[in-house]
Design a protein around this ligand. Sequence first.
Ligand code: HOZ
Length: 424
Amino acid sequence: MTNRELFEKARGLMPGGVSSPVRAFKAVGGDPIIVSHAKGCRIWDVEGKEYIDFLMSWGPLILGHCHPRVVKALEDQLQKGLSYGITNAHEITLAQMVVSAMPSVQMVRFVSSGTEATMSAIRLARGYTGRKYIVKFEGCYHGHYDGLLVSAGSGVATLGIPGTPGVPEEIASLTLVLPYNNVEALKEAFEKYGEDIACVIVEPIAGNMGTVPPKDGFLEALRELTRKYSALLIFDEVMTNFRVSKGGAQELYSIEPDITCMGKVIGGGMPLGAYGGRKEIMEKVAPEGPIYQAGTLSGNPMAVVCGIATLSEVFEKNPYEQLEQTSKYLCDSLSEILSRKGIPHTINRVGSMLTVFFTDKEVYDYSTAKSSDLGMFAKFFRALLREGVLIPPSQFEAWFLSTAHTREDIDQALSRIERAVSSI
Ligand code: HOZ
């Protein structure tokens, strides 16, 4: 069956034909592809067409698809059981790896997704401080938990979904939303509500309004103000953990949050998330403390061994310099291609996560991200797809590279991109 035939069938069976909204290509038009298989930095659709993959499952696959060490770990575990519902030794190994990589994390709780991690971290912050209000930033996305969907990025931004239908006003009103990278707005909010703020949650490098790095002083101000008002600082490192450096964005910018949320790379492509922080905070989580959070598949052995194999490879090979070089080469060359064609653009990049915005202005928050020419993005996306390059089907997302993307792969991608751009 073709992509179109399968998608038509899917639409009758699943809302929008997808298991997650951004996969429907609604913002970019055209038929979504239906994936058949993937290997290294390449992915194939059911019609046999091959694409160089810069979506990389939205971030987890830092080693590319089907890395032999990861495949072997999963095959071995397959013979030993899919799920136990009782603690397994692998969880302890992975917990040790996480704690060793991030000094701010002394204890960790495994969950099954990034959404679960942020949702549980918010509950923990409220339970720990006894306060109700949370602060988030416009265009940041922390999964689809009710209180965090207000002014969210990712699919909410992509599809232009207004407000948060289904979320009671009473819950939404406990979320204070501020512009990203704006220290003045932060100070004002703390002056007004400081005593009632349980926590500030932030993507230390935003990825869900497209890639937007923190300006100098922004994370520092967050740390200082949360300390001053005894609120907790939560870093949502679901996109950045083990991606931008071994110790995540907190290592890159030398800021220690109180709680860190993890996902994506930590599970290497299997459903795994985690949240962790100082012992004194984490000990409030049940059964050690009174704040409840649980899960039948939490710490699932298949997911955990996949995470261990991925992180072991990353810790041993320390691929961050290689990722930096390949990603820089891609961005520099891509920028030349767009400039030659006279297309205004700004590329934001931190290590191997990046976004091409179609504006010549600096992009430093959600409103500047929204100034990108979305029509041009849609044309760019479709032209790339035609030529065999897959990027996220949304302006408000990040592209990801992996260790499987070699210089030759990037050169091949660039010639496909050049052909695509000349056809726009
Ligand atoms: N969490 C991903 C990054 N924005 C989006 C993936 C999805 O919503 O399906």
